[in-house]
Design a protein around this ligand. Sequence first.
Ligand code: ARG
Length: 443
Amino acid sequence: MTSRNLRRLMTDQPRDPATEVHRVADPSHTRVASYLANRDEVSRVLLLYSGGLDTSVMLKWIQDEYEAEVVALTVNLGQPGEDYEVVRGKALHLGALDCHVVDSREEFAREYVLPAIKANADYGDGYPLFTALGRPLIAKLAVEYARKTGCDTIAHGCTGKGNDQVRIEGTVATLGPELKVIAPVRSWAMGRDEEIAYARKHGIPVKGGLESAPYSIDDNLWGRSSEGKWIEDLSHAPDDDVFQLVTRPEVAPDEPQVVTVEFEAGVPVALDGERLGLVELIERAAEIGMRHGVGIVDHIEDRIVGLKVRDIYEVPAAAILLKAHRELERLCGTIHQNQFKPELDRKWAYLVYAGLWWEPLREDIEAYSEHVNARVTGSIGLKLFKGGLRVVTRSSPNAVYDAQLATFADSGGLFSQQASPGFIELWSLQSRMARRLRSDSGG
Ligand code: ARG
């Protein structure tokens, strides 16, 4: 039998369905997207640089592998405790032509986190989308800086297994169609150990040492995620060392604290009566939540690339502000608005999670959200205690609430209890008819 026939015979074999779902294309033989750079197209690269191991190895590797120049871009979205001078120094030390550090906290808070608050943004019951909100902004800045600094290609440190590649490359393809993309971590064959060996060989300093693989962390103003290590073992309860922001509830203060959040047209504007800019307000809310063990989420998540993964989230600010906002919005809305908006909110969160920030439907939904939020003015008091968070006070000039009507005491003739039986007779009419039909037919 010729080898060609043999091959045909082998490929014609019925495939085992169990292995079939795991078959993957070999990326070295296929250029699967028009925006991916061919080797000869790369001469100056804008690298999204965090200062961590992956992007540091990339900085060196791109220069060697592509014989290309690298301009680094580091975006400050309020990652707690980051020293940007150190990051910048490291990039220059590794041979970057330049390293731009951009403070985008204000824009991130106003243009990305705020619409998320107004949309009560939550994906999969617990993830307030901090990473998903940050990526389109980071990628938008990458396009801007690539153009400003004469780069032909954008490089990022995402793997091929996550959502972040979708968010970043989707943004670049949308906003910078003339630019190409390389994703070395996705395409190179280096595992963690090889990366560390490469780092050692090239004198790349790595914070936290090289010995044990750290958690994979991403953070900004709005929250922090940890992935990897024991988190991948679903039966493993969280080790204490994963919590770097939020105090563990069992060691939180024995005294509860009440915090009051004030909103104007859906925008949080004050904490405990003190007016604050949005960035500072978010930071302060985070501090209060952290102290009381609030905002820990142990989350199983359906990624858009098909994987189900576990994340440990620390989201103290989001826990407080989203809860307060949702409560106030419901107080100011009618039953019909309150049933409808969560459907749009869920769609908004999904689009953003799924990397479609630039999809017009997001803005269409925001137009509705803005209209509803125009009336979301007032304040909400929350009590925080050992990881718990509950609303204790509400006040709003727009509350669709009248204590006089709702009271068990006499409502002064404003609500006719005598009219209720007539309402009940009509309200239950169809249900009663349908029920009767079923019992008549013996069903
Ligand atoms: N699971 C979250 C998301 O998809 C967080 C991802 C964190 N990203 C990271 N590169 N560690 O948005």
